[in-house]
Design a protein around this ligand. Sequence first.
Ligand code: GLN
Length: 486
Amino acid sequence: MFIFHSIQGYHAALQDGKTTCEEAVLFYLEKIENTKHLNAFVSIYAKETLESAKILDQNRKSGKQTGKLHGVVIGIKDVIAYKDHPLTASSGILKNFISIYNATAVEYLLQEEAIIIGHLNCDEFAMGSTNENSVYGDVLNALDETRVPGGSSGGSAVAVQAGLCMVSLGSDTGGSVRQPADFCGIVGFKPTYGKISRYGLIAYASSFDQIGIFAKNIPDVNVVLDVISGKDDFDSTYEFLPAKNAEINYNDFKDKKFKIAYFKDALNHPGLDPEINSTLSSFLKRLAEDGHEVHPINFDYLDYIVPAYYVLTTAESSSNLSRFDGVKFGYRSENKNLNLTDFYSESRSKGFGKEVKRRILLGTFVLSAGYFDAYFTKAQQIRKLLIDHTNLIFKDFDVILLPTAPTTAFKIGEKINDPISMYLADIYTVYANLVGIPAISLPLFNHSNGMPFGIQAMTTHFNELYLFQLSEILMQQYKSSENPPL
Ligand code: GLN
């Protein structure tokens, strides 16, 4: 039977003739079919995926050079454009929309011979933390189906968690890759802002958004990042820094020691689950005993980061989402007796879901003339303060460690009627997006409630290889052996 452990292992099996791309695709298609109730996929591209797999098998067998992601089966979040395929941001307003071009990341995946098996469910326009804001309905956490998978990239997380594809892409504006990875017990990585082109990624908050990667191990994240972070003239915020060494060879750096900072206030925060607190505290002690320099530091801004994030992202989203007006594309009101303003209003009221409307209204409010300085300008100032303070921290330390989320996966419905409490649960993830640094969630621990949880590591801009080395050390040396089986 087909088994997947890593891209490298899969490629070795292909070269040795022990498996084929076709066998891999058939395996995943069957598994997706058998786990439909998880609701991870919104579109499945079965026929064309099988055809591509057969072509790749023929090419490889005839001795053609293979791409870096040859036959790698990938799912992508329903906010990433794939030419001639549906793209809806899991929203009613984009129902039936077909993308007319490829996102740059998709273009790069295809160039390296990846197989895109389908689009994955998410919170509408990537707004949410539980995947409960999707027009296609909830996604279930495969480890406990009464719980959410996290969000907004819930489908992308479950697809990797439940083994429905090898790796997946999500988007991370304030934690939407790291938090669902944490809730599902897998690796979730958000690159430095500007590392991967945002061309073809449906915009939520453009100065925060990044495409991110879900996988079960670090080398897989590394190779996918290497492929999708190539140069792009379509995104002016993209920064091209060639990778120094795209290989991750554990033996080359396994004894490396790091200078690690953690925020005292983050661990002492009243919202943090006591068991997560005690596990992380003992883990930090162990790191110090093992020769890493581990220091608690003061960070006085923790309570400002969630408000600053929600002011800035809702402001940006109110502007970004103004293009969905029922005229150019997407859902439009069928009522022919409306004047233009009422037509916009009805199309948008019916097309968007509740959370998206809440954020557009909030964003419009914080940008309005009378409140601009009190909210938007203040939040920008906090963002600047955070960036400056972070630069100071990185003068003395290589790495910041934080929890990924304050609790393990919520029960379905637990927070949906309490948006403030839902927003506050983003306390540990939004920081990296506000300052633009790369961050990764590593599934190291298990809670006594049976759910996994991780730790989040961050480092300086464009220092992803360093982050992956640290991550690989933590995964190899500290990952709990009784991690849930899936
Ligand atoms: N939970 C956060 C929010 O709802 C993160 C979203 C994201 O990263 N796309 O805004």
